[in-house]
Design a protein around this ligand. Structure first.
Ligand code: MG
Ligand code: FE
Length: 173
């Protein structure tokens, strides 16, 4: 049986816990953004939609951890792993400028995409197709958000620049 034994899903479990921390961080960042942006209603609406998706993703990750037979109570007190990245991104978002927030969101969505791609491979390797399918579903939501941002960042930036030229002091949000 040498070589045929399934790989212990150690990485899968670790990476699911990382993903859980990542989604918690995403939730904080999206909440902060959605609470502003009164001059960018289209962007605000899309962010609110993704905030709802993100809350669902957190639950799906908890489901994946359960499917693995791991203890989900431990995920509650996580958070350290995403701290450095999250603080850098969150710092940009905490600023009140819509363009910086858009840049941070764009970067964060791509980090999420890469994370779910890795998770799908880890789940397949560990013979956990149910987990792989859930992660594929989440991946589609992240890709759709990244795509939307890619298509709207130029307009958002131009709108911001025009408002700034007009001396609108509230242009930033
Ligand atoms: Mg997400
Ligand atoms: Fe996302």
């Amino acid at each position: 049986m040498v070589g045929t034994q399934p790989q212990t899903p150690k990485h899968l479990e670790d990476w699911l816990r990382d993903a859980h921390a990542m989604e918690k961080q995403a939730e904080k960042m999206l909440e902060a953004q959605a609470s502003r942006l009164e001059h960018y209603p289209q962007l605000k609406t899309r962010i609110e939609q993704h905030l709802e998706e993100t809350r669902g993703q957190t639950e799906k990750i908890e489901e994946c951890i359960s499917l693995l037979g791991a203890d989900t109570s431990a995920v509650k007190d996580l958070g350290g792993k995403m701290a450095a990245f999250g603080q850098a991104m969150g710092g940009m978002m905490a600023g009140d400028e819509v363009v910086k927030g858009g840049m941070a969101s764009y970067a964060f969505e791509h980090f999420e995409i890469a994370s779910y791609k890795a998770l799908i491979q880890a789940a397949e390797k560990a013979s956990k197709p149910d987990i792989a399918r859930i992660c594929e579903g989440i991946l589609k939501e992240e890709e759709a958000m990244a795509q939307w941002l890619a298509e709207h960042l130029d307009d958002t930036t131009r709108m911001f620049l025009e408002r700034s030229e007009d001396g609108d002091l509230r242009a930033k949000t």
